[in-house]
Design a binder for this molecule. Structure first.
Ligand code: ATP
Ligand code: MG
Length: 260
Protein backbone atom coordinates (compact mmCIF):
# COMPACT_ATOMS: atom_id res chain seq x y z
CA UNK A 1 0.00 0.00 0.00
CA UNK A 2 1.46 3.36 -0.90
CA UNK A 3 1.24 6.14 1.57
CA UNK A 4 -0.70 9.14 0.33
CA UNK A 5 1.69 11.96 -0.42
CA UNK A 6 1.88 14.68 2.16
CA UNK A 7 1.51 18.02 0.48
CA UNK A 8 4.12 20.66 0.98
CA UNK A 9 2.70 23.22 3.34
CA UNK A 10 1.31 26.14 1.38
CA UNK A 11 2.29 29.59 2.49
CA UNK A 12 0.04 30.99 5.19
CA UNK A 13 -2.87 33.14 4.05
CA UNK A 14 -1.98 36.77 4.62
CA UNK A 15 -3.55 39.29 6.92
CA UNK A 16 -6.29 38.37 9.30
CA UNK A 17 -5.23 36.88 12.58
CA UNK A 18 -6.85 33.91 14.29
CA UNK A 19 -10.56 34.30 14.82
CA UNK A 20 -11.94 33.66 18.30
CA UNK A 21 -12.94 30.05 18.79
CA UNK A 22 -16.50 29.47 19.94
CA UNK A 23 -16.84 28.13 23.48
CA UNK A 24 -19.02 25.27 22.28
CA UNK A 25 -16.28 23.99 20.03
CA UNK A 26 -13.67 24.01 22.77
CA UNK A 27 -13.61 21.25 25.32
CA UNK A 28 -10.70 21.95 27.60
CA UNK A 29 -8.80 18.73 28.17
CA UNK A 30 -10.37 16.91 25.20
CA UNK A 31 -8.09 14.35 23.55
CA UNK A 32 -8.37 15.89 20.09
CA UNK A 33 -7.97 19.65 19.76
CA UNK A 34 -8.27 21.42 16.42
CA UNK A 35 -7.44 25.10 16.69
CA UNK A 36 -7.94 27.72 13.98
CA UNK A 37 -7.02 25.32 11.21
CA UNK A 38 -7.07 26.80 7.72
CA UNK A 39 -6.23 25.26 4.38
CA UNK A 40 -5.59 27.11 1.16
CA UNK A 41 -5.04 24.95 -1.91
CA UNK A 42 -2.87 26.54 -4.60
CA UNK A 43 -1.61 30.11 -4.78
CA UNK A 44 -2.41 33.44 -6.43
CA UNK A 45 -5.67 33.83 -8.32
CA UNK A 46 -6.28 30.05 -8.36
CA UNK A 47 -6.07 29.79 -4.56
CA UNK A 48 -9.03 28.03 -2.91
CA UNK A 49 -9.67 28.46 0.79
CA UNK A 50 -11.05 25.01 1.64
CA UNK A 51 -10.98 25.54 5.39
CA UNK A 52 -11.17 28.80 7.30
CA UNK A 53 -10.14 28.81 10.97
CA UNK A 54 -11.80 25.53 11.92
CA UNK A 55 -11.86 24.87 15.65
CA UNK A 56 -13.23 21.76 17.31
CA UNK A 57 -12.47 19.44 20.18
CA UNK A 58 -13.47 15.81 20.59
CA UNK A 59 -13.14 13.79 23.77
CA UNK A 60 -11.86 10.28 24.11
CA UNK A 61 -14.81 7.89 23.70
CA UNK A 62 -16.77 10.47 21.73
CA UNK A 63 -18.19 9.77 18.27
CA UNK A 64 -19.07 12.91 16.34
CA UNK A 65 -20.54 13.57 12.92
CA UNK A 66 -19.28 16.10 10.40
CA UNK A 67 -22.04 17.25 8.05
CA UNK A 68 -21.82 19.57 5.10
CA UNK A 69 -22.49 19.90 1.38
CA UNK A 70 -20.12 18.65 -1.31
CA UNK A 71 -16.99 20.78 -1.51
CA UNK A 72 -17.46 22.32 1.95
CA UNK A 73 -14.12 21.06 3.31
CA UNK A 74 -15.01 17.84 5.16
CA UNK A 75 -12.37 15.59 3.61
CA UNK A 76 -9.83 18.39 3.88
CA UNK A 77 -10.51 18.76 7.62
CA UNK A 78 -10.29 15.08 8.52
CA UNK A 79 -7.22 14.64 6.31
CA UNK A 80 -5.44 17.37 8.27
CA UNK A 81 -6.59 15.88 11.59
CA UNK A 82 -5.27 12.45 10.54
CA UNK A 83 -1.89 13.79 9.45
CA UNK A 84 -2.45 13.08 5.76
CA UNK A 85 -2.45 16.68 4.64
CA UNK A 86 -0.54 19.71 5.92
CA UNK A 87 -2.60 22.63 7.23
CA UNK A 88 -1.80 26.10 5.94
CA UNK A 89 -2.13 27.41 9.49
CA UNK A 90 -3.47 26.36 12.87
CA UNK A 91 -2.76 23.38 15.11
CA UNK A 92 -4.07 19.88 15.69
CA UNK A 93 -3.14 18.02 18.86
CA UNK A 94 -3.98 14.46 19.91
CA UNK A 95 -3.15 14.09 23.57
CA UNK A 96 0.36 15.45 23.89
CA UNK A 97 1.17 15.02 20.19
CA UNK A 98 1.18 18.16 18.06
CA UNK A 99 0.20 16.56 14.74
CA UNK A 100 0.83 19.76 12.80
CA UNK A 101 4.50 19.88 13.84
CA UNK A 102 5.48 16.27 13.11
CA UNK A 103 8.14 15.47 10.51
CA UNK A 104 7.26 13.34 7.50
CA UNK A 105 8.78 10.27 9.13
CA UNK A 106 6.92 10.91 12.41
CA UNK A 107 3.67 11.39 10.50
CA UNK A 108 4.04 7.99 8.83
CA UNK A 109 4.40 6.36 12.23
CA UNK A 110 1.60 8.45 13.76
CA UNK A 111 -0.80 7.38 11.02
CA UNK A 112 0.09 3.69 11.26
CA UNK A 113 -0.12 3.53 15.05
CA UNK A 114 -2.72 6.06 16.09
CA UNK A 115 -5.12 6.69 13.21
CA UNK A 116 -7.64 4.50 11.41
CA UNK A 117 -8.75 6.19 8.22
CA UNK A 118 -11.64 5.06 6.03
CA UNK A 119 -11.46 6.97 2.77
CA UNK A 120 -14.39 8.00 0.59
CA UNK A 121 -13.19 5.45 -1.95
CA UNK A 122 -12.27 2.26 -0.14
CA UNK A 123 -8.66 2.27 -1.44
CA UNK A 124 -7.99 -1.42 -0.88
CA UNK A 125 -4.84 -3.07 -2.20
CA UNK A 126 -6.21 -4.72 -5.37
CA UNK A 127 -4.03 -7.84 -5.35
CA UNK A 128 -4.67 -8.72 -1.69
CA UNK A 129 -7.75 -10.54 -0.45
CA UNK A 130 -10.12 -8.94 2.08
CA UNK A 131 -8.35 -10.72 4.94
CA UNK A 132 -4.88 -9.87 3.61
CA UNK A 133 -5.86 -6.20 3.34
CA UNK A 134 -6.47 -6.26 7.10
CA UNK A 135 -3.36 -8.29 7.90
CA UNK A 136 -1.17 -5.98 5.85
CA UNK A 137 -1.69 -2.96 8.10
CA UNK A 138 -0.83 -5.06 11.16
CA UNK A 139 2.64 -5.64 9.69
CA UNK A 140 3.22 -1.87 9.63
CA UNK A 141 3.14 -1.80 13.43
CA UNK A 142 4.73 -5.25 13.84
CA UNK A 143 1.75 -7.01 15.46
CA UNK A 144 2.55 -10.70 16.11
CA UNK A 145 1.07 -12.83 13.31
CA UNK A 146 -1.25 -14.92 15.45
CA UNK A 147 -2.77 -11.89 17.22
CA UNK A 148 -3.21 -10.13 13.88
CA UNK A 149 -4.99 -13.15 12.37
CA UNK A 150 -7.34 -13.39 15.34
CA UNK A 151 -8.13 -9.69 15.17
CA UNK A 152 -8.67 -9.79 11.40
CA UNK A 153 -11.01 -12.77 11.63
CA UNK A 154 -12.95 -11.18 14.49
CA UNK A 155 -13.40 -7.93 12.55
CA UNK A 156 -14.39 -9.73 9.34
CA UNK A 157 -16.96 -11.66 11.35
CA UNK A 158 -18.36 -8.50 13.00
CA UNK A 159 -18.55 -6.78 9.61
CA UNK A 160 -20.45 -9.69 8.10
CA UNK A 161 -17.56 -10.56 5.80
CA UNK A 162 -16.41 -13.93 7.15
CA UNK A 163 -17.44 -15.69 3.94
CA UNK A 164 -15.79 -13.01 1.78
CA UNK A 165 -12.39 -13.10 3.52
CA UNK A 166 -10.63 -14.73 0.56
CA UNK A 167 -12.13 -12.49 -2.10
CA UNK A 168 -10.06 -9.89 -3.91
CA UNK A 169 -11.50 -6.35 -3.87
CA UNK A 170 -12.68 -6.73 -7.48
CA UNK A 171 -14.72 -9.75 -6.35
CA UNK A 172 -16.55 -7.67 -3.72
CA UNK A 173 -19.49 -5.30 -3.97
CA UNK A 174 -18.98 -1.60 -3.26
CA UNK A 175 -20.51 -1.97 0.19
CA UNK A 176 -18.38 -4.99 1.00
CA UNK A 177 -15.25 -3.12 -0.05
CA UNK A 178 -16.27 -0.26 2.22
CA UNK A 179 -16.69 -2.70 5.13
CA UNK A 180 -13.24 -4.18 4.47
CA UNK A 181 -11.87 -0.63 4.58
CA UNK A 182 -13.56 -0.14 7.96
CA UNK A 183 -12.05 -3.38 9.24
CA UNK A 184 -8.65 -2.27 8.04
CA UNK A 185 -9.02 1.09 9.81
CA UNK A 186 -9.83 -0.66 13.10
CA UNK A 187 -7.13 -3.32 12.76
CA UNK A 188 -4.35 -1.53 14.64
CA UNK A 189 -6.58 -0.39 17.48
CA UNK A 190 -6.16 3.32 16.64
CA UNK A 191 -6.90 6.14 19.10
CA UNK A 192 -8.50 8.18 16.35
CA UNK A 193 -10.98 6.78 13.82
CA UNK A 194 -11.70 9.06 10.85
CA UNK A 195 -14.39 7.92 8.48
CA UNK A 196 -15.35 9.62 5.23
CA UNK A 197 -18.89 8.77 4.07
CA UNK A 198 -18.99 5.17 5.29
CA UNK A 199 -22.57 4.59 4.22
CA UNK A 200 -22.63 6.12 0.73
CA UNK A 201 -22.39 2.71 -0.97
CA UNK A 202 -24.61 0.88 1.52
CA UNK A 203 -28.35 0.46 1.78
CA UNK A 204 -29.98 1.85 4.90
CA UNK A 205 -30.03 -1.36 6.93
CA UNK A 206 -26.40 -2.15 6.21
CA UNK A 207 -25.44 1.48 6.69
CA UNK A 208 -26.98 1.43 10.16
CA UNK A 209 -25.19 -1.81 11.02
CA UNK A 210 -21.83 -0.40 9.94
CA UNK A 211 -22.29 2.85 11.86
CA UNK A 212 -23.48 0.94 14.94
CA UNK A 213 -20.37 -1.19 14.73
CA UNK A 214 -18.20 1.91 14.50
CA UNK A 215 -19.99 3.40 17.48
CA UNK A 216 -19.56 0.24 19.55
CA UNK A 217 -15.87 0.04 18.72
CA UNK A 218 -15.37 3.69 19.65
CA UNK A 219 -17.31 3.39 22.93
CA UNK A 220 -16.00 -0.02 24.03
CA UNK A 221 -12.40 0.74 23.27
CA UNK A 222 -12.36 4.41 24.27
CA UNK A 223 -11.46 5.74 20.84
CA UNK A 224 -12.22 9.14 19.35
CA UNK A 225 -14.30 9.02 16.18
CA UNK A 226 -15.23 11.52 13.49
CA UNK A 227 -17.61 10.46 10.74
CA UNK A 228 -18.26 12.53 7.64
CA UNK A 229 -21.76 11.89 6.35
CA UNK A 230 -24.47 13.33 4.18
CA UNK A 231 -26.98 11.02 5.75
CA UNK A 232 -29.01 12.60 8.55
CA UNK A 233 -30.30 9.17 9.57
CA UNK A 234 -26.81 8.19 10.66
CA UNK A 235 -26.28 11.11 13.03
CA UNK A 236 -28.48 9.50 15.70
CA UNK A 237 -25.59 7.13 16.39
CA UNK A 238 -23.25 10.02 17.13
CA UNK A 239 -22.84 12.14 20.26
CA UNK A 240 -22.50 15.55 18.65
CA UNK A 241 -22.73 17.06 15.20
CA UNK A 242 -20.46 19.61 13.57
CA UNK A 243 -21.58 21.37 10.42
CA UNK A 244 -19.28 22.84 7.83
CA UNK A 245 -20.25 25.28 5.10
CA UNK A 246 -17.78 26.79 2.62
CA UNK A 247 -14.87 25.94 4.86
CA UNK A 248 -16.50 27.44 7.96
CA UNK A 249 -17.14 25.03 10.78
CA UNK A 250 -20.36 26.64 11.89
CA UNK A 251 -22.65 24.68 14.15
CA UNK A 252 -22.27 22.34 17.02
CA UNK A 253 -25.55 20.60 17.71
CA UNK A 254 -26.99 17.62 19.47
CA UNK A 255 -28.01 14.87 17.03
CA UNK A 256 -31.63 15.03 18.24
CA UNK A 257 -32.00 18.63 17.05
CA UNK A 258 -31.37 17.48 13.48
CA UNK A 259 -33.98 14.75 13.35
CA UNK A 260 -36.97 15.66 11.13
N1 ATP B 1 -5.94 19.10 -4.02
C1 ATP B 1 -6.79 20.11 -4.19
N2 ATP B 1 -6.42 21.18 -4.91
C2 ATP B 1 -7.25 22.24 -5.09
N3 ATP B 1 -8.47 22.32 -4.54
C3 ATP B 1 -8.90 21.28 -3.81
C4 ATP B 1 -8.07 20.12 -3.59
N4 ATP B 1 -8.76 19.25 -2.81
C5 ATP B 1 -9.95 19.83 -2.56
N5 ATP B 1 -10.03 21.05 -3.15
C6 ATP B 1 -11.15 22.00 -3.05
O1 ATP B 1 -11.34 22.30 -1.68
C7 ATP B 1 -12.72 22.37 -1.35
C8 ATP B 1 -13.05 21.37 -0.24
O2 ATP B 1 -12.84 20.05 -0.74
P1 ATP B 1 -13.15 18.76 0.15
O3 ATP B 1 -12.66 17.59 -0.62
O4 ATP B 1 -12.58 18.95 1.51
O5 ATP B 1 -14.74 18.80 0.20
P2 ATP B 1 -15.79 17.76 0.84
O6 ATP B 1 -16.60 18.52 1.83
O7 ATP B 1 -15.06 16.56 1.33
O8 ATP B 1 -16.70 17.40 -0.43
P3 ATP B 1 -17.44 16.00 -0.83
O9 ATP B 1 -18.67 15.88 0.04
O10 ATP B 1 -17.81 16.23 -2.27
O11 ATP B 1 -16.47 14.89 -0.66
C9 ATP B 1 -13.47 22.13 -2.66
O12 ATP B 1 -13.80 23.37 -3.22
C10 ATP B 1 -12.46 21.40 -3.52
O13 ATP B 1 -12.68 21.67 -4.89
MG1 MG C 1 -15.05 14.54 0.68
Amino acid sequence: MTDPVIEATDSAPGGDGPSPASDAALHPGALLQVRDVSKVYGTGHTAVTALDSATMAVDQGEFVALLGPSGSGKTTLISIIGGLLAATSGTVTLGDIDVTSLSKRELTRFRAERVGFVFQSANLVPFLTARENLLYVATLVKTPKKAAQQRADQLLEELGLADRAKNLPEQLSGGERQRVAIGRALMNDPDLVLVDEPTAALDTALGRQVVQLLRREIKDRGKTGIMVTHDLRMVEYTDRVFEILDGHLTHVEEPSSLQH
